[in-house]
Design a binder for this molecule. Structure first.
Ligand code: SF4
Length: 413
């Protein structure tokens, strides 16, 4: 890691000084900057799910008492402070993730998007996604988000089976899951449904039924994740009984077959889209594009012509709000990606894509010569994990199955 400037600098002025430092010639040379998206983190949830390792917190006084006003002010301060890092760059997509962004009122979302539009040049047809939890559904809420300027709703259904949802510790049941999907489809053309498989005690038939139900709704996009036990979660401490590897692999095969039969194309490990409905924000992320992340615990990756910088905001909502109120920097960690780490960082994202990436993109996004990865590509190809042609590089089916092994080949010694 290359620390560049001290991160405990004073607010907006400090970020401007940092931007000056970032603009100096660095260890790499980017011919052009990649597309930029904006991520806004809303860090609260009604209840913490036992499998979740995201930066999500139960508010001590309950979800009805979120400090919405203070958080909107903090986000405005955060974005203003970050502007010197992205001067003159257009924003292609906005993503409100969490946590549970659907805890916000539609008036708050409207104010937030108004603030974003006033401060950054947003593309006229920018995709603006909000993650919604079925457990936060209130009459008219999703329609209010649409009127506020959200163009794509991502509904965290996870399952349509009440027993499975209860075992996952979700705050909604099957009835609410269906009601949320129906409300989303009534207000939005562009709807993503999040599903999970490999759930505690889940049978093949139950996983299949969840998928059939999701597909019958004809959403624009499906994100289908395999439940994994992440460190520092309740499930890691008290592991539930999960389907074995063979069953999980059969569920995955069923997902790939059924989604394809219904006209969805898998374009990333967990993402399936109807034609033209890939998530622009996520695609940019997987293509090693840039993203500015604001809000508690949000991560950013910002490119300059001579370096690529990562930042993380203060993680605890209370700490983030305190720093914003004191008008001091919200950046808790910051480092420049060392050139030797860029091949791995690039591959960590790009090899998740089913079609891989154009050869030229590696140099465009990392500023490194393609020769840097030639030996690793040879090894990966010899192991049957990767295929290449003069224009593209993409993972084989085996490479996607053993993705960690494939990505690790690009790690610096
Ligand atoms: S609702 Fe989502 S972000 Fe919140 S705790 Fe559950 S999994 Fe985590």
């Amino acid at each position: 890691m290359i620390p560049i400037v001290p991160v405990h600098r004073e607010g907006v002025r400090g970020q401007a000084q940092a931007a000056d430092a970032f603009l100096l010639p660095g260890a790499i040379r980017l011919a052009a900057l990649p597309p930029l998206t904006l991520y806004i983190h809303i860090p609260w949830c009604v209840r913490k799910c036992p499998y979740c390792d995201f930066n999500s917190h139960e508010h001590p006084e309950g979800a009805a008492h979120l400090p919405e006003r203070a958080y909107l002010d903090a986000l405005a301060f955060d974005l203003e402070g970050a502007l010197p890092l992205i001067w003159g760059r257009r924003v292609h997509a906005v993503f409100l993730g969490g946590g549970t962004p659907s805890l916000l009122s539609s008036a708050a979302v409207e104010e937030l998007l108004g603030m974003v539009r006033a401060l950054v040049p947003l593309e006229a047809d920018a995709e603006v996604t909000l993650e919604a939890n079925p457990g936060t559904l209130e009459a008219g809420k999703f329609a209010g988000f649409r009127r506020a300027g959200i163009t794509r709703l991502s509904v965290g259904v996870q399952s349509f089976n009440s027993a499975a949802l209860a075992r996952l510790g979700r705050i909604h049941d099957a009835r609410l899951a269906r009601a949320a999907v129906e409300a989303a489809l009534a207000s939005f053309e562009n709807v993503n449904l999040d599903l999970m498989y490999g759930l505690p005690e889940q049978t093949l038939a139950e996983a299949h039924a969840d998928l059939e139900t999701a597909l019958d709704y004809l959403p624009a996009h499906l994100s289908i994740y395999h439940l994994t036990l992440e460190p520092n979660t309740v499930f890691a401490k008290f592991p539930p009984s999960l389907p074995d590897d063979d069953s999980a692999a059969t569920m995955q095969e069923d997902i790939e077959r059924l989604t394809q039969e219904r006209g969805f194309a898998q374009y990333e490990v967990s993402a399936y889209a109807q034609p033209g409905r890939q998530s622009r924000h996520n695609l940019n992320y997987w293509n090693f594009g840039d993203y500015l992340g604001i809000g508690a615990g949000a991560h950013s990756k910002i490119s300059f012509s001579g370096r690529i910088v990562r930042q993380v905001r203060y993680r605890q909502p209370g700490s983030y709000l305190e720093h914003a109120a004191a008008r001091s920097s919200l950046v808790a960690e910051e480092h420049e990606i060392e050139p030797r780490d860029l091949p791995f960082e690039f591959m960590l994202n790009a090899l998740r894509l089913v079609d891989g990436f154009a050869r030229a993109r590696f140099s465009e996004r990392t500023g490194l010569s393609g020769l840097e990865i030639a030996p690793m590509l040879e090894v990966a190809e010899a192991k049957g994990l990767l295929r290449t042609d003069p224009l593209r590089i993409w993972p084989t089916e085996r490479g996607r199955r053993f993705l960690n092994d494939l990505q690790t080949l690009f790690m610096a010694d």
